[in-house]
Design a protein around this ligand. Sequence first.
Ligand code: PLP
Length: 428
Amino acid sequence: MNYQRSSQLFVEAAKVIPGGVNSPVRAFKAVGGTPIFVKEAKGAYLFDEDGNRYIDYINSWGPMLLGHAFEPVVNAVIEKAKKGTSFGTPTALETEIAALAVSMVPNVDKIRFVNSGTEACMSAVRLARGYTKRDKIIKFSGCYHGHSDSFLIAAGSGLSTFGVPNSPGVTSGTAKDTLLAKYNDIANVKELFAANRNEIAAIIIEPVAGNMGCIPPKDGFLKALREVCTENGALLIFDEVMTGFRLAKGGAQELFGVKADIICFGKVIGGGLPVGAFAGRKEIMDYLAPLGPVYQAGTLSGNPLAMAAGYEMLKSINNDSELFNRLEEKTAYLEKGLHAELSKHSIAYTINRVGSMISVHFDPNPVYDFQTAANGDNETFKKFFHGLLKEGVYIAPSAYETWFITDALSYEDLDFTIAAAGRVAEIL
Ligand code: PLP
């Protein structure tokens, strides 16, 4: 494959954009090489500036559940744009999408829209702190909740229970209020509660982790978190930015039958436009300004183009009773095919999957938390990534990312991908 134009564009971009990208993982730093510059996309395919076509397994990092340039969304955005792109006033459409979202998601009465997943998680934590009148939160190593200061925290050393900044610019004052726990380790969570009695406002968790590859919660783990929160007067925040409207209409809450107190959304809820949201029961959500004391705002929040895209997306998901079965079947088919090809060779690997989230880890042992995800062989992953790219199959350029399956994929696309993985496996 020829990447000449992408390479030139990357050089030009790097002159005026830090690292040539507006979000770091796009830069291929983890796998080496030059990122492809995409010109357009349709259905399951990306087309780059050199004219190469790729079957897309990232799907804009999750939003394009129904495929690229999905017509109902595109048409709704075009029609809305003709009538003005932002008013800074309430619109009827905001109530329509809010009512639809609330009807699809269990256990929520109200929802507030923002512009990104980061904003949703950041605001959810502020709301939890204001509501409980406590400062500390628990997050899990390897979970990502956006780039807000409270989340850019690594585990502290030794016996300390508080975290330390993992990016310059995050203050140690902020870090001390974020406690780090191990994913899937309920004993560790209980220890943190015991060491910080009546100080923990909330646990925030990706109910299926997607930012260390795909990591399912162990049986009973989410339920146990629910119990610990209830016992200790803390709120349970599900960051469903990846899982919301993807694993089920009602997301992970529905799939696992566990009630969270605040649920964060992003990605699918915006149909590919910049949208995030957070939702919860009335008594919690009414703690937000202008009704309550917790401040949160946004000039472009509830933007008409973004709401039009999100509304069409949610309607399409809500009206399609077979969607989640199809996604499950397609992803299970892919998983089976990848197993068949990879197991022909002496490759140490593990595949994790929940619904339409799947990841290949180059380690033979179970991958259930950040440490076990970090055990994967990154050199093998790099070869796998670049091999697939040359075959015209685009997976995320990092071993710590999940593949997001779109309903636009045909079984022919899946067969092509499986065969390509087989050819690449020979050279791993
Ligand atoms: N939460 C999760 C689980 C995510 O995966 C992401 C982004 O990938 C975010 C939050 C942040 O969302 P955004 O990139 O829209 O700010």
